[in-house]
Write a protein that binds this ligand. Structure first.
Ligand code: ZN
Length: 105
């Protein structure tokens, strides 16, 4: 699997977040930050945040990470750095927010 620098960076962010949740919420001792180790730790957990992060890792493996599920455009790297589980590009996210109205934003 060869990934570009940017995707590798985002993958590290995802793995880091998984490790933090495992340590803080499940009080697990995380011995290493490799993808194999961390995804094995996730195997029997039904935490929705961990699930989202795991799905993001799956998308990286499949090579379709970072695309908006709405318009198929690339999601901005800045957005993925802060929200690696983002499904929408900034403009679709904004459009959805407007449609939902101010009460939910
Ligand atoms: Zn979009």
């Amino acid at each position: 699997m060869s990934l570009d620098t940017q995707t590798r960076e985002i993958r590290e962010i995802i793995l880091q977040r998984i490790a933090v949740i495992l340590q803080d919420e499940y009080e697990e001792t995380v011995q290493e930050h490799s993808e194999e180790y961390l995804t094995a730790c996730l195997a029997f957990k039904s935490d929705p945040r961990l699930n989202e992060l795991r799905l993001a890792l799956n998308r990286i493996q499949r090579g379709d990470f970072g695309r908006c599920i709405f318009c198929k455009q690339h999601i901005a790297t800045e957005t993925l750095r802060t929200t690696p589980t983002a499904h929408f590009c900034d403009s679709c996210a904004n459009a959805l927010r407007k449609r939902r109205g101010p009460q939910l934003s």
